[in-house]
Structure formats: C-alpha cells, structure tokens
Write a protein that binds this ligand. Structure first.
Ligand code: DC
Length: 232
C-alpha cells in the first residue's frame, strides 16, 4: 500500500477472521490480537448479548418484528480495559452469560433478522473504525469490513470442530455427546450458510486456512506471517 493510500484510509489495519462455528476463531483471534497489540472484536458475542436480551424479555424467537424492535432499542458494546474483553448489554456486563446452551440456541434465529444485522453491523463498524483490530465473525470480510487489510477464512472438518466444541462444553462443566454436538454444528452451518442476509461465505480475497490438522501455535503464526507479508 502506498503512503498516500494509507493516509487516505486514516485508520490502522483491520484483520477479518470469518468461518464456521468451532473452527477456532475466538482463541485464534484473541492470540493474534494479543501479539500484535490489537483489540479483539468478537462479533458473535455481540449477537449473543442481543439474544440474551430477547430471552430475558420473554420474546418468542419466531417473532421477527418484536426482535427487530428490541434490537433498535439495544446498545451492545465491547470494553477493553481489562485483560479479557467484556461485553456490555445496555451498559451492563453480561460476559459470563453468553455461552450457555440456551443463548447458543436462541442466537441463530435472532441473528437472521435483517434489522438485527443492520444494527449490529453499525455497532461493529463504530467499534472498529480506528482499526488496530482483529474482528471475528461470519460476515466481517464480506459485509462489515470489506476493505480489511487481511481476510482469513478459518475452517476445519466437522469432526475436528465437534471435538473442540465438546471439550469446551465439558470444560464449562456441562454434558453432551459427540454425535449431538456434530448434529448441532451441522445444523448451525446450514443456517449460517443459507440465511438470506449476510450468509457465511468466504470473501473472494480471503486466505483460507484449514485448522483440522494444525496446532494452535501454527495457525496463529500463519496469520501473523500473512499479516506481516501483505498488510503492513
Ligand atoms: O461465533 P459465535 O458462535 O459466538 O456466534 C454466535 C452466533 O452469531 C452464530 O450462530 C453465528 C452468528 N454470527 C453471525 O451471524 N455473524 C457474525 N458476524 C458473528 C456471529
């Protein structure tokens, strides 16, 4: 990039990491951000926070209009003043409540509502506008930051993703079996890929990294190497 182009851009670089559930996006994005001294924007956590509000409001998950109305009146933001980013829902820290099975099930229909996506994209762009961020999600390279300096599409086979997810569930003290987790993931993949608005797909200029047989350190290194090669 020329100096003039960099000045015109007026922000630090953005690294977009998209991919299906369980590909290792969150842990990878967090570590890449830590090493580059960037912020880590977990956009899935923002959708989860909104789903939590919808659940708390007792709103039926098939009532798109009511969900859209809740989204319009909701502020979701990330706060970075401690070692782990905190998710604020209307100013209150809900970080610890976002990974329950209930929220995970509710977020799928909630994130399909077009007004929800519009609102979240607006909030995400606002949070990332200064750059110096690793933004992870499903539509970051295609919709939220289509001009990101580096776009990564992180994938892994269903079996590898299900095993990782199962381990997370067990570490959180919950029970599940591999077949059930696989079914859930396959179903989420289908809905993420087929939804009408901002479906999960690889941006044309994204680098695909299959993490099925990579060690964590290798996938982090690979992204940092690509960043240094292409984005600085
Ligand atoms: O990455 P995650 O599992 O925390 O994401 C939660 C849900 O939000 C998931 O069902 C996909 C959806 N999502 C999305 O539609 N767009 C994003 N940019 C991020 C997440």
């Amino acid at each position: 990039m020329t100096a003039a182009a960099a000045r015109a851009r007026r922000r630090l670089p953005v690294i977009a990491i998209d991919g299906p559930a369980g590909a290792g996006k969150t842990s990878t994005a967090r570590e890449v951000a830590r090493r580059l001294n960037f912020l880590h924007l977990d956009t899935g956590a923002m959708y989860r926070a909104l789903a939590l509000k919808v659940l708390r409001a007792g709103c039926p998950l098939d009532d798109a209009q009511a969900i859209a109305e809740i989204a319009r009146r909701t502020r979701v933001s990330l706060r970075f003043d401690s070692d782990r980013p905190r998710v604020l829902l209307d100013g209150r820290d809900v970080t610890g409540e976002l990974r329950s099975t209930e929220v995970t099930r509710a977020v799928t229909p909630v994130c399909e509502v077009p007004q929800v996506r519009e609102r979240m994209v607006e909030l995400q762009r606002r949070q990332g506008k200064a750059g110096g961020v690793v933004v992870e999600g499903r539509d970051i390279g295609t919709v939220v930051f289509p001009d990101a300096e580096l776009k990564i599409f992180l994938t892994a086979g269903l079996e590898a993703r299900a095993r990782r997810r199962l381990q997370e569930i067990r570490e959180a003290g919950d029970q599940a079996d591999l077949e059930e987790v696989k079914r859930d993931l396959a179903q989420r993949d289908r809905r993420d890929e087929q939804r009408e608005h901002s479906p999960l797909r690889r941006a044309e200029d994204a680098v695909e990294i299959d993490t099925s047989s990579l060690a964590f350190e290798e996938q982090v290194e690979e992204i940092i190497r690509r960043y240094r090669e292409h984005a600085v």
